[in-house]
Every structure is written in C-alpha cells, then in structure tokens.
Design a protein around this ligand. Structure first.
Ligand code: URA
Length: 234
C-alpha cells in the first residue's frame, strides 16, 4: 500500500495532509526519513509520523459510544480533563472519535481506527444528518419553529433546512428533537440561542440512521454490519 494511503487509513491525516507530512520530512520508515509519497509500505515496515509508530493492522473497528457529560472528544487536553479515549481503553486498537461533541453535550459518537471512512463522513459534502434532543428554556412559538426549520443566522452563517419537532413542553422549558446536516461549531446551541431559547441540556441521539437506543452513558457497542455499510454509502 502507498505510504500516503497507509497513513490516512491509520487515521493520522487525510491523504493530502499525509503527502505534506511526507514532503516535510515528518515521516520515517524503519528509522530513515521517507520523502517519496509513492513508497510502497511492505510487511514488517515500521512507519513513524512525528516520531509515533503507526498502527498497521488491517482490522477496522467501528464503535458507537455514549459520551457522558464533562468529557472532551479530543485525544488529549491541556487542562487535563477526561477524554472519550478513556471509555475505550480496553479496546486493543488506536481509535479516534469521528467529529466532535461539546464538553457538555452527551450522546452518540462514533469511534474507529478507519481514517478514510472518518474523513469521508465528516466532509461537508456528505451532509449526514445528526439528530439531537435539546431541552431548551421557554416556549418555542410557531414562528420560532419555522425559523429553526428554514434557517437561522448563527453569526455570519445561515443554517440550512433542519427537521425540528417538539416532543413536550410547558411554559418553562421545551424538549425538542432537531436533525441538522451541517456541523458548525456549537451549531445547535447557537440555533436555539438565536431564537431566544437557550439550550439547557443537549444529547445527540442519532448519526444518520445509527441510533443511540438504550446504550448507557459511558458505554459503547460495536456497529452492526448494516450500520457500517450505511456509513460507507453515505
Ligand atoms: N451542536 C452543539 O451545539 N453542540 C454539540 O456538541 C453538537 C452540536
């Protein structure tokens, strides 16, 4: 396998970024800097990126994790907060999260060691629906509902059409299910803030047709074959 593909599949970088790493001398094979993007990685080769040995096993693992509150979705944190990596410590593979969830958002997060798939499904052109349950402050009027559905300005960006339905509510708070197809930073919180209903709690309940179901917070399960196919075909 070409070395740029090898690096991408290990989840380190996109192929284009892998080419840059190779060009910049950040990649070593068996101890020597490798600057040929066309180099064919052989059985037993030890490939290092920025001094880190790459996991070369072929077996791809796809997990659905239910992220608890107060946990970050990056591999490490300068403030020493808990990370989702701790939830999959017992899995013998170099997993990483696909996309991100806020520190104070709970719910569905895919973790995998399949870098190619991860880059494909986080690319904006795939527009995979992500469904959230938001408990928001106050009442959502018809006008607000229409705005959320048709597009709101979240600070220089108008959101595209979203599926929004009210599950239940009273005059103090409303539970809303919303499916969006973009992934702007803190998008759901910003959308509700824009219509004057700040989010109190936020849970992602589905990624495409992969649903959290009864998976408990802090737990994970393997994706089914059908779920993996649905990601590959998105
Ligand atoms: N939108 C948000 O505001 N936060 C998340 O974590 C995900 C989507």
């Amino acid at each position: 396998m070409r070395i740029n593909k090898f690096i991408a599949q290990a989840g380190i970088a996109s192929r284009r970024k892998a080419d840059e790493l190779i060009e910049n001398g950040n990649v070593k094979v068996n101890g020597a800097v490798m600057k040929e993007p066309g180099y064919d990685v052989k059985e037993g080769d030890k490939v290092y990126v920025n001094g880190r040995l790459i996991d070369s096993r072929d077996e791809k693992i796809y997990l659905l994790v239910n992220k608890p509150l107060n946990m970050i979705t990056t591999a490490s944190d300068d403030k020493d907060r808990d990370t989702v990596m701790d939830l999959v410590k017992d899995v013998d593979a170099r997993l990483f999260p696909v996309g991100r969830l806020d520190y104070n958002t709970t719910g569905a997060l895919i973790m995998t060691n399949d870098g190619d798939l991860s880059y494909r499904i986080t690319h904006p052109k795939h527009e995979m629906g992500k469904t959230y349950r938001a408990l928001v402050k106050g009442v959502i009027s018809r006008e607000k509902l229409a705005k959320l559905r048709n597009g709101v300005d979240i600070g220089g960006f108008i959101t595209s059409k979203a599926r929004v339905s009210i599950i239940k509510g009273n005059q103090h708070s409303t539970l809303v299910e919303i499916t969006i197809h973009e992934g702007k930073n803190r998008q759901v919180r910003k959308m509700f803030a824009a219509v004057g209903n700040p989010v109190q709690t936020l849970e992602r309940v589905a990624i495409g047709n992969i649903r959290l179901g009864r998976l408990k917070q802090g737990h994970y399960r393997k994706l089914t074959k059908e779920e993996i196919e649905s990601l590959k075909n998105c």
